[in-house]
Design a protein around this ligand. Structure first.
Ligand code: EPU
Length: 420
């Protein structure tokens, strides 16, 4: 198992190219189950979660090959309609195959994901939505079994805006008989890009980019070539890294529009930001100011940067409040950050950070993807050497993170270790 050894105290300066969005690719890949043929997805990030999805689709008969960020998928011959526990337990996004399978083949068996590192993450909305479209759902031995002769268009309101449930139900509705109206649908860019891919495949979807989607079911879809959007969370993580080390960074191949809420918060903290088409230039000449954030659905501050923002606020002299309204328990990084000397008071879904105190290097343990990013960021400003264990979490969602950080001037090394 790998760990990172990081020497803190170096300014990050330079240019970095942002990779394709993990959560964009993970939503688009299962769409190949909707129509036979060969697909090409450009700008697919080379990440563990993409490999996991490739293996899952592979077990169903989809041939997947990732070459220089070009993902080729041949979905001509599907031989299984099952997503086994061994895949789903590794990655909840595996649940995305449920909607396409039941819509096209009338049957699907998908393992229930179970808990996650930071608490419960239910799938009730995925199931309710599919039931609304006429699927019969039962839970058997830890698996969701869904059956439908033909899904039928229906009205469905998401009680909570859900990225995954919107993607799942939208994919299913493209092949349902009649019209589906989805309200309070997620409008995260990764879902909007999935909707655009489905339209390219021949789906009829109106209201893309809004929370009300009208989907007219069609008899069949066809394969397409498409491209994954830039990863807004990776981009935000690098911007925060530069801001907290007093650096200057230029991000290439990003979408500043997707980052509007984060860029505004970075400006409030004292960063100078310049945006040109798909580039973002950030310069931090000041001591960062404390800035509160409250996570919310898009276009608000993403929950996926809560942990990284918390690390940033350790550098800001004063008190800041970080509230996560999406995943109220997602604070597993807090006890580890305290090991670096952080002063954080956790009250339910609110972290109160007393920043400005010099952190000192220590060995810390990653518990999940964004928590690992937060620990790496904190280690970059800690005095001396830190070790971040269990970096397989970071490999799920950041392509070549240590190479990118090294190119910006960070001192970070990946080391093999027997420790777990
Ligand atoms: N929810 C329910 N019932 C459901 C589904 C969701 O109550 O059936 C609740 C969740 O518990 C949560 C809220 O709805 O409170 C939003 O969850 P959502 O369904 O939107 O999350 P997700 O689809 O499981 C995706 C990303 C996550 C990201 C969230 C929120 C992918 C593969 N995952 O998860 O990404 O945090 O949306 O934006 O797209 C990450 O990349 O580190 C990550 C965890």
């Amino acid at each position: 198992m790998d760990k990172f050894v990081i020497e803190g105290g170096h300014r990050l300066c330079g240019r970095v190219k942002i990779s394709g969005a993990k959560n964009g690719s993970l939503a688009m890949m299962p769409a190949v189950l909707l129509a036979p043929g060969v697909y090409h997805l450009k700008n697919t990030p080379n990440l563990r979660d993409v490999w996991t999805m490739s293996r899952l689709l592979g077990s169903m008969g989809v041939f997947c090959e990732l070459n220089d960020n070009n993902l080729f998928m041949d979905a001509s011959q599907i031989k299984s309609y099952e997503a086994p526990y061994e895949h789903v337990k590794m990655m909840r996004a595996s649940f995305y195959v449920l909607g396409p399978l039941v819509a096209r083949y009338g049957t699907a068996k998908v393992s229930l994901p179970g808990g996650c590192a930071w608490g419960p993450r239910p799938v009730d909305l995925h199931l309710k939505g599919l039931e609304k479209l006429g699927a019969e759902i039962s839970i058997e031995n830890g698996y969701v079994v869904a059956k439908a002769e033909k899904l039928k268009g229906a009205k469905f309101h998401f009680d909570i805006s859900s990225v995954g449930a919107t993607g799942n139900i939208m994919m299913a509705a493209t092949l349902a008989q009649g019209t589906t109206l989805l309200t309070n649908a997620a409008i995260e860019p990764e879902i909007t890009s999935l909707a655009r891919m489905l339209v390219k495949m021949g789906a009829k979807i109106e209201g893309i980019g809004t929370s009300q989607l009208i989907i007219d079911g069609v008899a069949e879809l066809h394969p397409v070539d498409d491209e994954t959007i830039p990863d807004r969370i990776e981009a935000a993580t690098f911007l925060i890294a530069a801001a907290m080390t007093g650096g200057r960074i230029e991000l290439e191949h990003t979408n500043p529009y997707h980052l509007a809420s984060v860029l505004q918060k970075l400006e409030e903290s004292g960063c100078n930001i310049d945006v040109t088409s798909d580039n973002i230039l950030l310069e931090m000449d000041n001591e960062p100011k404390p800035v509160d954030i409250t996570t919310s659905v898009y276009p608000g501050i993403p929950t996926d940067i809560q942990a990284q923002w918390l690390a940033f606020m350790l550098k800001a002299n004063g008190i800041s409040k970080i509230i996560d309204t999406i995943y109220t328990d997602r604070f597993k990084h807090v006890p580890e950050l305290r090991r670096l000397g952080a002063n954080i008071d956790l009250q339910e879904n609110t972290a109160i950070v007393q920043g400005g105190k010099q952190l000192s290097g220590a060995t810390v343990m990653s518990s999940d993807l964004r928590a690992s990013a937060s620990l790496i960021l904190a280690a970059l400003i800690a005095e001396g050497q830190s070790e971040v264990l269990r970096v397989y979490h970071i490999d799920r969602g950041y392509e070549n993170i240590e190479k990118k950080l090294t190119s910006l001037g960070a001192v970070i090394k990946r080391v093999k270790t027997d420790l777990i």
